[in-house]
Design a protein around this ligand. Structure first.
Ligand code: HEM
Length: 406
């Protein structure tokens, strides 16, 4: 696993000692446990439901799913304007990229920008994109299958979200090869991640400028020529919106797929159940999405306030840890077990409230395509005994490499 040194901060005077817990959400894993297992340790009754972590700049952690959902849904108390990760203040690439819109805005402005891409996520549009993802998935698997092994992340998982992004925005197919390595650096642990982000922003900036001058009927043209509160959208805001559509749907989807395949590689009984009964698929996807929840977004307290008995100060960073919400034992019995028959109640995986993930149906479609087409062609597979999977943890878990063989 790739690690960076933890940043440990002094405890602010308003945080009582009994609410401090020694938990670094960016480096949570002990030994060979999996990501969500690490977060499930927070169910320990000795750890308060809302605690202060001194790591990554110092921040509150909400460990109960219902508190997490409440904070997502309340931008008046929990604002996105100071960044949506607890360490936003320290991010080296902040100056290298435009502001990500609408995620780094609060309503009502956030809703104005969000409407700019609403047409890309309708049920009809998702069906179209699913068809496209399916033909690419079949092409990739047919190429991989005879080899008996693959590195799943680079040879399969990243390709689908990139293709979807290009189709969604109306980018030319020949640019795919230029974008793939830059996008791969976003997905994988990489020293030049910041520079790759700047290059992606530059590429998108060029397309935005071109389409603003000569608009077509595609989504970039629509965003590049939009009126926002009575004025033509600023170029950097149009770039921020398009960049977020790429980043939001790239390593989230690639890592979710990779975690599912990592699990299935070791669980023949789950693979066989899915092959034996296609009707299990919708529930299985919901259960995978819960069990492998992967993002740790944040907000900051908009004012001094009491939240469920805890005194927060304006500006305190608050982590809404979706993997913690996914394994909350007050909601989910035996939460680390993948149970396709589980009646999966609301989950925090895609957030909630005004920023709830607009790509959740698309992500489900991509996962469905992967499971259907892969299991049909490569029903039995395992972890490659000659190479180990690699992950990086941070704001999200990222699966960097998943060697499979069959
Ligand atoms: C399994 C895959 C995915 C996961 C786990 C995921 C997770 C999330 C979460 C938790 C949020 C809310 C963040 C917050 O409130 O701070 C979010 C927002 C967002 N996601 Fe996703 N996402 C996924 C797939 C996608 C896809 C496929 C796209 C687009 C192609 C996408 C685009 C976005 C955008 C644009 C936002 C910001 C919305 C706003 O601020 O109004 N996501 N996602």
């Amino acid at each position: 696993m790739a690690t960076q040194p933890a940043q440990v901060s002094d405890i602010p005077p308003h945080v009582p000692a009994e609410l401090v817990a020694d938990f670094d959400a960016y480096h949570p894993i002990l030994a060979d446990e999996d990501y969500q297992t690490a977060f499930s340790r927070l169910n320990d009754a000795a750890i308060p439901d809302i605690f202060w972590s001194p790591y990554n700049g110092g921040h509150w952690v909400l460990k109960r799913r219902d508190h997490i959902m409440e904070a997502f849904a309340d931008p008046e108390r929990f604002t996105s304007r100071n960044g949506v990760s607890v360490d936003s203040r320290f991010q080296a690439n902040m100056g290298l990229r435009p502001r990500l819109i609408p995620i780094e805005e609060d309503p009502p402005r956030q809703q104005v920008y969000r409407k700019l891409f609403a047409s890309a996520f309708t049920a009809v549009r998702v069906k179209d994109l699913e068809k496209d993802a399916r033909s690419l998935a079949i092409e990739l698997i047919d190429e991989i299958a005879p080899r008996g092994r693959c590195e799943f992340v680079t040879e399969f998982a990243q390709h689908l979200p990139i293709r979807i992004f290009m189709r969604m925005l109306g980018l030319p197919e020949e640019d795919r090869l230029r974008l793939l390595p830059l996008a791969a650096k976003q997905v994988q642990a990489s020293a030049d991640k910041g520079a790759a982000m700047a290059e992606l922003a530059q590429y998108i900036g060029q397309r935005v400028t071109e389409r603003r001058a000569a608009p077509g009927s595609d989504l970039i043209s629509h965003i590049a020529t939009a009126q926002v509160e009575g004025d033509l959208i600023r170029i950097e805001d149009a770039v921020g919106v398009c960049l977020l559509l790429l980043i939001g749907g790239l390593d989230t989807v690639a890592t979710m797929m990779s975690q599912i395949m990592w699990f299935l590689a070791q669980r023949p009984e789950h693979r066989h159940a899915l092959l034996a009964d296609e009707n299990l698929l919708p529930n299985a996807i919901e259960e995978f999405l819960r069990r492998f929840s992967l993002t740790n977004p944040a907000r900051s307290a908009a004012r001094d306030m009491d939240f469920h008995g805890v005194a927060m100060r304006a500006g305190d960073m608050v982590m809404l840890s979706t993997p913690t919400g996914a394994v909350d034992t007050t909601i989910y019995a035996d939460p680390l077990t993948v149970d396709f028959a589980r009646k999966s109640p609301t989950k925090a995986t895609f957030g909630a409230g005004p920023h709830v993930c607009p790509g959740s149906m698309l992500a489900r479609a991509e996962i469905k395509v992967m499971l259907q087409e892969w299991l049909k062609r490569i029903p039995d597979f395992g972890l490659d005994p000659e190479a180990r999977p690699k992950i990086t943890t941070g704001v999200n878990i990222t699966v960097d490499s998943l060697p499979l063989s069959w």
